[in-house]
Ligand binder design. Structure first.
Ligand SMILES: Cc1cc2nc3c(=O)[nH]c(=O)nc-3n(C[C@H](O)[C@H](O)[C@H](O)COP(=O)(O)O)c2cc1C
Ligand SMILES: Cc1ncc(COP(=O)(O)O)c(CN)c1O
Length: 192
């Protein structure tokens, strides 16, 4: 019977939290546009479990546009201090408004204001324009809680494959690939 890859991921993430310099939850997120042209950037993992791996972003950003055209993504964690990587691949869907609201409410106020002020991935003529937008938003919400912008929220990558890679001597690495089969997982090895 295969190990539970989510439990294995929990163990590896917990070890990374002990050993990484910063952001053990940082992951590269690869998307591709309708024509198959890929792009990749870092995001932070803000939730995970059997349903998938969650990150938050601007829903008008380049990554969001690409996910709108092609709702598939791949995530990569690289924990240098542990010489490990984990790759997750699967279909992507937006998280519910309630879940996005709850996460947004947990963020620091300045990060909340930044989400309102940033037209993420669009051209910006000068830093001063952005700073002026942040100040205008600060005044707009003065004395009140900052609500979640309608253009900001989470996405969940429902893992169909999870690969755990561990460095071994002489490049004879260990690769364990878990593939979803309904409610269960199949497990196999890959040549390194
Ligand atoms: C370590 C790290 C974590 C990041 N986390 C996030 C994140 O969780 N959400 C986000 O929107 N951008 C995050 N960013 C910024 C993104 O990498 C990226 O620049 C931005 O989301 C715009 O990407 P896009 O134009 O491809 O949509 C992070 C950057 C780094 C280096
Ligand atoms: C633009 C942006 N949005 C969202 C995040 C996610 O992290 P947090 O919600 O903790 O700010 C980051 C983290 N670097 C970020 O840069």
């Amino acid at each position: 019977m295969a190990d539970d890859p989510i439990a294995l991921f929990d163990r590896w993430l917990a070890e990374a939290e002990q050993s990484e310099l910063n952001d053990p939850n940082a992951m590269a997120l690869a998307t591709a546009d309708a024509g198959g042209r890929p792009s990749v950037r870092m995001v932070l993992l803000k939730g995970h479990g059997p349903d998938g791996f969650v990150f938050y972003t601007n829903r008008g950003s380049r990554k969001a546009e690409e996910l709108g055209a092609n709702a598939q993504a791949s995530l990569l964690f690289h924990w240098k201090s542990l010489r490990r990587q984990v790759r997750v691949t699967g279909a992507v869907s937006p998280v519910s408004d309630a879940e996005s609201d709850a996460y947004f409410a947990s963020r620091g106020r300045d990060s909340q204001l930044g989400a309102w002020a940033s037209d993420q991935s669009r051209p910006l003529d000068s830093r001063a324009i952005f700073e002026a937008r942040v100040e205008a938003i600060r005044e707009r919400f003065d004395g009140q809680d900052v609500p979640r912008p309608p253009f900001w929220g989470g996405y969940r990558v429902a893992a169909e494959e999870i690969e755990f890679w561990q460095d071994r001597a002489h490049r004879l690495h260990e690769r364990r690939l878990f593939t979803r089969a309904g409610d269960c997982w199949n497990e196999g090895l890959l040549f390194p």
